[in-house]
Design a protein around this ligand. Structure first.
Ligand code: ZN
Length: 162
């Protein structure tokens, strides 16, 4: 990951080592499984949705450092948000990592999540970073599974490298 910024590396490593909200959530009323076949990332998102608000959110799973850090930061960002706010964050994050949103020029609510902007230069990594968001979104929609398989450009030829 030598190409990536130092801040990015520090944050990814920190969240990978000490993922936040990394536990099964007792009392969750939404549970979604996410899978990124390209990298092998797998996670389960637990959500407690109450009156249109994400009261609590957690995840468990295995995967690369980017997917784990992205999941950790996703739970921090979405916890306590309304369904609409969570949807906005999902859209903005997805547009940022696919290069449709210029996080520096356009108004957005991403805050520290903008450190993931760099993954757009590494197509195989976009799915690692967005998997937790797609899984959270599936939970928001009451769906039980999310996969990155049919998302974005065909990346089956893209190299996966650390
Ligand atoms: Zn990955």
């Amino acid at each position: 990951m030598s190409e990536l910024s130092e801040l990015y590396q520090q944050v990814i490593l920190d969240h990978n080592k000490k993922p936040r909200n990394f536990q099964k959530l007792e009392g969750a009323n939404r549970v979604s499984e996410g899978f990124n076949p390209l990298c092998g990332d797998q996670l389960t998102v637990y959500m407690l949705m109450d009156e249109g608000v994400v009261r609590d959110l957690s995840f468990v799973g295995t995967g690369c450092a980017i997917s784990k850090a992205a999941a950790s930061m996703m739970t921090q960002a979405v916890k306590g948000k309304t369904r609409e706010e969570a949807q906005v964050l999902f859209d903005e994050f997805h547009r940022m990592v696919t290069g449709e949103l210029d996080e520096e020029a356009e108004e957005n609510h991403l805050g520290r999540l903008t450190i993931f902007a760099g993954v757009r230069d590494y197509p195989a990594r976009v799915k690692c970073a967005s998997l937790p968001w797609h899984t959270m979104h599936a939970a928001l929609e009451g769906e039980e599974t999310a996969t990155t398989e049919n998302l974005g450009p065909d990346l089956t030829q893209a190299a996966v490298s650390e």
